[in-house]
Design a protein around this ligand. Structure first.
Ligand code: ATP
Ligand code: MG
Length: 277
């Protein structure tokens, strides 16, 4: 399940409550019908967490760090298997200060996995990673999922949520405002499509007329830059597109029309962009 929400929505706070780092003011937390407050010690053995901000001891090697985390738990460690799985076998004896961002992020995930937990909480594990390292981490998360582990993943990347998650939960100001599969959310909250057209020069007169005629579409455009974008009923968009093509013969450079995406649903529901700008 992907946990989405604008900055400050309460994703980290929710995860911290679920793993016992922040006491909730009210409400109950249950794991498989067991109260977290009365069965905390047992439950902690079955869950793993990667926090949004972690500071590890930079003079420790990768292996020492995993051993340290494993020492917090009762069960046996499969350190060698874990190093291979994280693709860190060649870095086992490297100190943390010498690791790249992607290697560090994989090690953080490894620290959450040392005790073979059934359920994982990952708070923005791919933030600030290059596209390749992100992909690699996605594959790791997918393989954990295939093994039947539950994963609650807080993320700002909607493509990541769409790619990895079976279900999405959108949080805003501490409240759940929507849950469902990505498809369900899109079909429930947005029947709209989106049209983007790029022309060499947007004709001022035609543009003014279109703004009047298509007031029910959410129209945006830039005369100088020559782009028009509109959202609304596909049938209306089609008429708009025909007019645009007719008025700008030979100067059209790009046309795209697509269904709403998770990002459109997110913006519609939270009324905010996903990142502070
Ligand atoms: N349910 C809640 N009730 C009251 N205050 C809350 C609640 N959830 C979060 N807060 C407060 O809101 C602030 C931001 O919360 P938090 O760090 O959890 O947001 P976030 O969604 O993780 O943001 P980011 O995307 O920036 O990481 C914190 O000061 C936190 O104490
Ligand atoms: Mg957070």
């Amino acid at each position: 399940m992907a946990l989405l929400g604008p900055n400050g929505a309460g994703k980290t706070t929710l995860i911290e409550m679920l793993v016992g780092l922040t006491p909730p003011d009210s409400g109950a937390i249950e794991y498989g019908g067991c109260s977290f407050f009365t069965h905390k010690a047992e439950i902690l053995e079955t869950i793993g967490v990667q926090l949004q901000e972690s500071t590890l001891y930079k003079k420790y090697t990768v292996r020492e760090t995993l051993q340290l985390f494993a020492s917090f738990y009762r069960g046996p460690t499969q350190e060698a298997a874990l190093l291979t799985r994280l693709n860190l076998q060649e870095k086992a004896d490297t100190r943390l200060e010498k690791l790249s961002g992607g290697q560090k992020q994989r090690l953080y995930l490894g620290c959450a996995l040392v005790h073979n937990p059934q359920l994982l909480f990952l708070d923005e594990p791919t933030a600030a990673l290059d596209p390749q390292s992100r992909r690699h981490l996605w594959e790791l998360i997918q393989s954990l999922k295939k093994e039947g582990r539950g994963v609650l993943l807080a993320t700002h990347y909607l493509d990541e949520a769409e790619f990895l998650a079976d279900r999405i939960l959108i949080l805003d100001q501490g409240h759940v405002i929507a849950t469902g599969t990505p498809r369900e959310l899109i079909s429930q909250h947005s029947r709209e499509s989106q049209l983007d057209v790029q022309v060499r020069h947007l004709d001022r007169e035609a543009w003014t007329r279109m703004q009047r005629e298509f007031a029910r579409l959410r129209l945006q455009g830039d005369l100088e830059a020559g782009w028009v974008s509109a959202a609304g009923e596909p049938a209306d968009l089609e008429v708009l597109l025909q007019q645009l093509l007719a008025h700008h013969k030979g100067t059209v450079q790009a046309v795209t029309m697509r269904q709403s995406r998770l990002e459109d649903v997110f913006l519609q529901l939270t009324g905010r962009k996903i990142r502070d700008e």
